[in-house]
Ligand binder design. Sequence first.
Ligand SMILES: Cc1cc2nc3c(=O)[nH]c(=O)nc-3n(C[C@H](O)[C@H](O)[C@H](O)COP(=O)(O)OP(=O)(O)OC[C@H]3O[C@@H](n4cnc5c(N)ncnc54)[C@H](O)[C@@H]3O)c2cc1C
Length: 248
Amino acid sequence: MSLHEITKVRKDVVRRSLRVRSTELLTPRMRRIVFESDELEGFDSPSPDDHIKIFLPANAGETPVMRDFTPRQWDIPNRTLTLDFALHESGPATEWARTAKPGDPLGIGGPRGSTVVADDFHWYLLVGDASALPSMARRLEGLREGVPVHVVAVVADSAEQQSLATRAAATTEWIVCMDDPRQQASALRDALAAWPFPEGDGFIWISAEASVARDLYTFVVDTWQHPAAWVKAAAYWTHHDTEPEAAH
Ligand SMILES: Cc1cc2nc3c(=O)[nH]c(=O)nc-3n(C[C@H](O)[C@H](O)[C@H](O)COP(=O)(O)OP(=O)(O)OC[C@H]3O[C@@H](n4cnc5c(N)ncnc54)[C@H](O)[C@@H]3O)c2cc1C
C-alpha cells in the first residue's frame, strides 16, 4: 500500500425500510434518531463521509423526498442505525426529524460510494457546519491515537457545541455564526488564516453550504497551495440563491 492512499469503494445500492426506535436531542438543534430493522443485516459504511439517501414517507402516488445523511453509528447485531439531524429553519427532512417518534417509518438507500482516506497523514484539518458534525465526529472517533487534528466548526449558537470523542490529539475551534453562507465563509476563512499551518503532509476535509465549501476550497488550494489530492470539499446543502453544484 502506498503512502496517503485515497481509495474509492463502490457498492450496489441496497434499499432498506427502517423504523424509529428512539430519539434524543443532543443539543437544541441536533436531534439523534436511532432506527431499527432486520433489513440492516449487511449494512456497512467504510468512510466517515459516506452518505445514505433517506426517503421521507410520502402519500400514495407521490414520489418520496430524498435527502443525504451520514450514517453516524450502526450496530448490526442489534440491527440499529443512528443518524444525527442538524435542525434548521425549514425543509422536509428537518421537519420530519423534529417530530419523528418511535415506530415512524423511514426508507434508506446506500451508501453507494465511499472515499477511504488512509490514516497515515501527519495531521488532519476538518472544517464544517452543523450538517458536517456527524461526519467530523465519526472521523475523530476513527483516527489513530495522538495524530494532530484541528476541527473548525461553525454553529448557530454556543449551545450547539458537542463533545467530540477521539484518541487523536484534537483541538476544536467553535465559531458561532448564523446559517448565512456569506457570514459563515468569512468567519471560517478568518479562522483558517489565523491557524498556525503545521509542517508535514496533511489531509483537509471541508463540508458546508455549497458556496462556503467552494470558497474554502479555493483558499486552501490557491492561497495555501495545499495539494488538491489531499483536500476534499463537499457541498452538504445549498442556500436557495446559490448554485446547486458540488465543490470538489
Ligand atoms: C454527503 C452528505 C452528508 C450529509 N449528512 C448530514 C447529516 O448527517 N446530518 C445533517 O443534518 N445533514 C446532513 N447533510 C445535509 C442535508 O442533506 C441537507 O441539509 C439537506 O438539505 C436537509 O434537507 P431538508 O429537507 O431539511 O431541507 P431542504 O429542503 O434541502 O432545504 C430547505 C431550505 O433549508 C436550507 N437548508 C438546507 N439544509 C440546511 C442546513 N443544514 N442548515 C441551514 N439551512 C439549510 C436550504 O437552503 C433551503 O432554503 C448531508 C449532506 C451531504 C451531501
